[in-house]
Every structure is written in structure tokens, then in C-alpha cells.
Design a protein around this ligand. Structure first.
Ligand SMILES: Cc1cc2nc3c(=O)[nH]c(=O)nc-3n(C[C@H](O)[C@H](O)[C@H](O)COP(=O)(O)OP(=O)(O)OC[C@H]3O[C@@H](n4cnc5c(N)ncnc54)[C@H](O)[C@@H]3O)c2cc1C
Length: 288
């Protein structure tokens, strides 16, 4: 472990100041389930942890019918998936957050940390993209909004500039005609990194898909927005053929690597299968 200083931010401005002064070796500390491991293994050159967990905005969990769900960037996953409104209206977030690590990890880990870590295999990312998540980012030059879909720029890299941090992530309000789901494939039952994952959100008008978003994880250098897959659904009823077309469109944009967890062939196939399964799950959730 390298010697790392610790600072507890008093408020958002204090966090920005600490990060800006610390430069590129200062990192936000949320649950620490990635950061502390990476610092200990010297995978990240860090000399300052800026703890944001004592600032209310980072620990919030709020829903209202017009602005939707706002999740503080450091709100622990167990609070997120334990919330009745999240369970009822955003089950895709529950799908992903209940499989990240185990119970102990979920007691500390956060959506902001999963996003800030910017792994292409980060489990919550395709779910957040499918749900239309938008991060509120604060920094020395003020606040800006960045969609989760556009946040990651490469493995472990993202759009944040020095001094910037994610305050919260907002998800639009959902109606009864909308459904979403997320799934991953891992070779074990738990505590593994996704070989591939997919998140789907659909909105129906009667039986026809009025709108859709589909995202893939672990099949490219960043999570992917599967625009063609969503377009294959929009304007159509969800027949086996239409769902199959969406799956084909999803696998066509996958550009995975072969590693110890899976091959290019397997991951490309999984992009199709997981897309199809999450479309069916999302539909079942609207109908149930
Ligand atoms: C045993 C184990 C199992 C795991 N299993 C999974 C799994 O199944 N799926 C999965 O996706 N991940 C898994 N992880 C990784 C990790 O738990 C998740 O990525 C988690 O969501 C990170 O959240 P955190 O709050 O602990 O982030 P931290 O470790 O605190 O931070 C992670 C990164 O994000 C940055 N960051 C944190 N908050 C902010 C913010 N507000 N603004 C800007 N940057 C920020 C940090 O500086 C750091 O670079 C596992 C980790 C462990 C140790």
C-alpha cells in the first residue's frame, strides 16, 4: 500500500477544492471497494483520498413523480436496492446492484463508484444507460450534466476533468407502460466479473414499442449503446422475430476481447442472448 492522505469533504465546494488542489493523484473515496484495492495493489497512483460520504448530496436517495429518481453518487447499493420505490419502479437497478460483489461489498459500494471506476464490465453501467441515467458533475467551473451513456471514454477512463466529481445520478420518472431489465453472464454463481451484460428499457404504446434503449457491458472498451438494437424494436410488436433482430443488431456492434473469462465468440453470442432475455424480462415487467 502506498502512503495516502485522507481528507473528509465538508460540502461539495470543499470536495472540489480538495480534488483540484490534489491534482491527478487525488481521488474521490466513496465505498472504496475499487479504490482501496487499486491503491493497495499500486494499480492507481493515488496520494489523497477525498471522502464524500459525509456530504448529504452524495448520500441521497429521492424520488418524485416529475423529476424521477436521484441517487447520491456515494449512496451504498444496499440502500438503493432496499428502497421500496426503487424495487417497484427501477427493478433494473436492483438486478445489477444486488449482484455487485456480495453483501459486504454492497454495504459500501455505490453507483457513483461503479461509474467513476469506468470499467467496461461495471455491472450497473448498462442498467443506468438503459434507464436514461444522467450524472450531475460538479467542478471548479460549475456544474454540468453528463449522460451515463457518454461518461466512459476507455477502460478506467472517463470525461471527468481534474477537480470534477459526480454528485448524483438521475433517472427519469417511469410510467406503467415502461419496463426495464439487466442481466449478466458469469461462469460462477456470484462474486465474478461479467463476461458480458445487457440492459434494456422499453416503453410500449399498446403492444407496439414506442421507445427503447439497450446497452451492453464487457463487450468493448466502454459500455456500448446499442442504438440499432433499440431501433429494431421501435414501431414493432415484440414478436420472436423482432426480438431476434434486436439481438442480432446488438451482437453486430460488440467488439470484445478474448481473456481468461471469455472469448470473442462467446461474448459476441452473449450480447445477442442477453439482449433478447432482457427485452423479454422488460416486457414481462410491464405485463405483470
Ligand atoms: C470482492 C469484490 C467484488 C466485486 N464485484 C463486483 C461486481 O460483481 N460487479 C462490479 O461491477 N463491480 C464489482 N466490484 C468492484 C466495485 O465494488 C464496484 O465497482 C463498486 O460499485 C465501486 O463503488 P465504490 O463506492 O466502492 O467506489 P470507490 O472504490 O470508492 O471508487 C471507485 C472509483 O470511482 C471514483 N469515484 C468514486 N466516487 C466518485 C464520484 N462521486 N465522482 C467521481 N469519481 C468517483 C474513485 O475515485 C475511484 O477511482 C467488486 C469489488 C470487490 C472488492
Amino acid at each position: 500500500m502506498q502512503a495516502v492522505k485522507y481528507a473528509r469533504a465538508a460540502d461539495i465546494d470543499d470536495a472540489i477544492r480538495l480534488l483540484a488542489e490534489g491534482g491527478d493523484k487525488a481521488r474521490v473515496l466513496a465505498g472504496g471497494t475499487d479504490l482501496i484495492v487499486q491503491a493497495r495493489e499500486r494499480k492507481r497512483d493515488v496520494d489523497l483520498f477525498v471522502d464524500v460520504k459525509h456530504v448529504a448530496e452524495f448520500m441521497s436517495l429521492e424520488y418524485d413523480d416529475s423529476s424521477g429518481l436521484t441517487v447520491g453518487a456515494a449512496t451504498p447499493l444496499y440502500e438503493l436496492y432496499g428502497d421500496k420505490t426503487v424495487q417497484e419502479k427501477y427493478p433494473a437497478l436492483v438486478d445489477a446492484s444486488t449482484v455487485i460483489g456480495g453483501k459486504a461489498i454492497q454495504g459500501r459500494a455505490s453507483l457513483g463508484g461503479n461509474l467513476g471506476n469506468s470499467s467496461p464490465a461495471g455491472d450497473s453501467l448498462p442498467a443506468m444507460i438503459a434507464l436514461g441515467g444522467v450524472a450531475t458533475v460538479a467542478g471548479p467551473n460549475g456544474s454540468r450534466e453528463v449522460s451515463v451513456a457518454e461518461f466512459c471514454t476507455g477502460p478506467g477512463r472517463n470525461v471527468l476533468e481534474v477537480g470534477e466529481l459526480i454528485v448524483s445520478i438521475n433517472f427519469p420518472a417511469v410510467s406503467d407502460s415502461e419496463g426495464a431489465a439487466w442481466q449478466r453472464f458469469i461462469p460462477r454463481n456470484e462474486m465474478d466479473i461479467a463476461v458480458a451484460s445487457a440492459g434494456t428499457w422499453i416503453k410500449l404504446d399498446g403492444k407496439v414499442v414506442a421507445d427503447a434503449r439497450i446497452a451492453l457491458g464487457a463487450v468493448a472498451a466502454t459500455p456500448l449503446v446499442a442504438t440499432g438494437a433499440a431501433e429494431a424494436l421501435i414501431g414493432n410488436e415484440l414478436t420472436d422475430e423482432v426480438i431476434g433482430n434486436a439481438g442480432d443488431a446488438a451482437s453486430s456492434i460488440a467488439s470484445p476481447i478474448t481473456d481468461m473469462r471469455g472469448s470473442i465468440k462467446q461474448r459476441t453470442h452473449l450480447a445477442k442472448i442477453l439482449t433478447e432475455r432482457t427485452i423479454r424480462d422488460a416486457l414481462d415487467r410491464i405485463n405483470s
